[in-house]
Design a protein around this ligand. Structure first.
Ligand SMILES: [Zn+2]
Length: 411
């Protein structure tokens, strides 16, 4: 597999999606299947009877990641399509050059590892890879770094660079802008609380509204590809809890019974046919999943409540607001994303007799620092909190009995 990453080229992703099929046709390939998408898309290609290839593209105009599973000529042609679909083709560093650079870095890194300062006892077997030493200075400006042992990606307090504490290259990262100000967020929080069971707008207004703080919370944006087949009953509406599923089963059976009696005679049979109807679906799609890169529960969104507004992404810069560091690695996030993507798919069915689906996360998860408002309120003598996305105003968590504490770390 060949991969390359193109930065600061101002790619037009939509044009690229159209340009790739036109370009590959010129060298005899055709598109067998396209999985389209705004931030990521994938082509399955064929040439003649036997040759197959896959092209995956994902990212943003200023940071495009391309993966080609197939012959090298295809990567060349994709690069051409990219050059024809971007604002700044001069900034393209060719994939061959990128591969060379990577190889050189790898050689340097392994040379450093194979020369221990004073080896006490040489290990006879080629050990996998010693645990990398923890980083002490910023890789960009060399300022000293302080961080909790849990944290794996740390923002430099001086220059804002995101350091990987293993000393390796950081992942792709960006941030979301603050669009919703504090007073607007407060309004949204009150609206949300007023919608709660047994709470009126008046009660929400009269609640004691306490502190409001803004935090940038790191989220991993993971794209998971699902492939396989499912045999079962499609849900009328998506449902994630067993109770809802049962309610739907009953509703479908009741509907079946009603139809049966309308059409007369076949009462039971028709009900059964409709109630038991299963279908086999072949699954091939990608799902975008976001994983909060913090371990503590106070930052976890309500199930299914949060979708990163990826369309508003901006390059990362240091702000005056407190930005939380990453505690969950991209690999751990990818594992979690796999099961969430499978859950999402499963929730479209009320009943499943066969679920044979593989989940494959793309290996270039992106880190997105998202600004969230944490708002505290007291009602009936208890204290709760609401989390509001400061970028698009959505409610991330509704009624939380805690609020993140101000950390002691410097800004
Ligand atoms: Zn720095």
């Amino acid at each position: 597999m060949i991969s390359a990453r193109y930065r600061e080229i101002g790619a037009r992703m939509e044009n690229l999606q159209k340009a790739i099929p036109e370009h590959i046709q010129q060298i005899g390939w055709s598109v067998k299947k396209l999985i389209p998408g705004q931030n990521s898309f994938m082509f399955e290609l064929k040439k003649g009877f036997f040759e197959k290839a896959v092209i995956k593209v994902r990212g943003t105009p200023q940071d495009v990641y391309v993966e080609v599973d197939g012959q090298q000529g295809l990567m060349d042609i994709v690069e051409q399509a990219l050059a024809n679909s971007c604002d700044n083709p001069a900034a393209i560093v060719g994939w061959k050059m990128q591969a060379e650079q990577r190889a050189m870095e790898l050689a340097k890194a392994s040379a450093a590892i194979t020369q221990p300062p004073s080896a006490p006892a040489p290990t006879p077997t080629p050990a996998p890879k010693p645990p990398a030493p923890k980083l002490e200075a910023c890789m960009h400006c060399t300022a000293p770094l302080t961080y909790d042992p849990e944290e794996v990606l740390v923002i430099c307090n001086y220059c804002g660079y995101v350091n990987n504490t293993t000393g390796e290259q950081p992942p792709r990262y960006s941030m979301l802008p603050v669009v919703v100000d504090g007073s607007k967020a407060m309004e949204l929080a009150k609206d949300h609380v007023a919608k709660g069971i047994l709470v009126t707008r008046g009660m929400a207004e009269r609640a004691e509204w306490g502190s409001i703080v803004l935090r940038y919370v790191p989220n991993w944006a993971v794209t998971v590809q699902l492939k396989g087949d499912v045999e079962g009953k499609r849900a009328l509406i998506k449902t994630k809890d067993a109770k809802g599923q049962v309610a739907q089963e009953v509703a479908i059976q009741a509907l079946g019974g009603a139809l049966g009696s309308i059409f007369g005679g076949a009462g039971k049979g028709a009900g059964k046919a409709l109630g038991d109807r299963t279908e086999r679906m072949s699954i091939s799609e990608t799902i975008d999943v976001s994983i909060v890169a913090r371990k503590s529960a106070e930052f976890q969104p309500d199930a299914g409540a949060y979708k990163i507004p990826l369309d508003k992404k901006e390059p990362f810069r240091k702000t005056g607001e407190e930005t939380l560091n990453v505690e969950i690695s991209d690999q751990a996030a990818a594992e979690r994303a796999k099961s969430l993507a499978l859950q999402e798919l499963r929730s479209r069915y009320t009943f499943v007799s066969r679920f044979n689906v593989g989940a494959y996360p793309f290996d270039d998860s992106e880190l997105i620092y998202s600004p969230w408002w944490f708002i505290e309120y007291r009602m009936g003598g208890k204290s709760f909190s609401v989390i509001i996305d400061a970028c698009n105003g959505s409610v991330i968590a509704g009624q939380r009995p805690w609020l993140p504490k101000e950390t002691t770390k410097g800004r």
